[in-house]
Design a protein around this ligand. Structure first.
Ligand code: ATP
Ligand code: MG
Length: 250
């Protein structure tokens, strides 16, 4: 469904992506794991059309996205859930969800789709009239994912859904993403800083560091975490690295 071939992205003189290649097959859940500043968000932004690659290709079902505007890429079925759970804090959960439907032409299907999404997120239904700003972090993460699902994406890009959430809530968020894949035929590319709870939910993993892909593999093959740790910190650094830092990342 998605094929990224050797893309380079710079912000002025800073080279953020130095030749990233990755693929996501239809129906897969692929996680891009890497430390702060590795280039994870930049990769998602490049796919969604927010930043331009100076070199390389991004192809969505064979179509090159170079020069295609973000709105057009969204209409082609790509939805980005940015980092930071941007909800409209004073609007209710219901109003936040309706925002996800503004772009759609099939107005008559909207009510049924909101109903279907709420069936997937019972917690949001309970809080449907609450201002979104009053929700917990986990609930806000579910709300931004639910809102993105209402744009009817085929490819959902999610930037660090786990950030700052309790482990149990992280699992709940992933269970919903897995259910969405099942029910909506969704394909997912998800950024995370840590692989610890993610390996059991993802199909494949890429480790990115310093603008390069360091490691790629099936989540099942990487389950012991050792290869990921080495790629994440770099080979030399892993041996002499700060034990606490490794603890945090793993
Ligand atoms: N808008 C920007 N302008 C200038 N430099 C940027 C911009 N966005 C990111 N960068 C730089 O590009 C590099 C990659 O950043 P990016 O945000 O893609 O990393 P990340 O893996 O998402 O990190 P994090 O885990 O902190 O979100 C970093 O060195 C970062 O400082
Ligand atoms: Mg980021």
């Amino acid at each position: 469904m998605l094929a990224i071939e050797d893309i380079h992205v710079s912000y002025g003189r800073l080279r953020a992506l130095k030749g990233i290649s990755l693929t996501v097959a239809k129906g897969e859940i692929v996680c891009l794991i890497g430390p702060n500043g590795a280039g994870k968000s930049t990769t998602l932004a490049a796919i969604a059309g927010g930043v331009a690659a100076s070199k390389g290709h991004i192809k969505l079902e064979g179509q090159d996205l170079a020069g295609v505007r973000p709105e057009t890429i969204a209409r082609m079925g790509v939805s980005l859930v940015p980092e930071g759970r941007h909800v409209f804090g004073t609007l209710s959960v219901a109003e936040n969800l309706r925002v996800g439907t503004y772009m759609r032409a099939d107005r008559s299907a909207v009510a049924a789709d909101i109903e279907r999404v709420l069936a997937m997120f019972p917690r949001l239904r309970e809080r449907i009239t609450s201002p979104a700003g009053r929700l917990s972090g986990g609930e806000q993460q579910m709300l931004v994912i639910a809102r993105a699902l209402l744009t009817k994406p085929r490819l959902l890009l999610v930037d660090e859904p786990s950030l700052g959430l309790a482990p149990k809530i992280v699992d709940q968020v992933y269970e919903i993403l897995l259910a969405a894949r099942q029910q909506e035929g969704l394909t997912l590319l998800i950024n995370e800083q840590s692989s610890h709870r993610i390996l059991k939910h993802a199909d494949r993993i890429y480790v990115i560091r310093n603008g390069h892909i360091q490691l790629e593999g099936k989540a099942a093959d990487l389950a012991d975490g050792e290869a990921i740790k080495r790629a994440y910190f770099g080979f030399g650094e892993a041996a002499s690295g700060d034990a606490n830092e490794e603890e945090d990342a793993a």
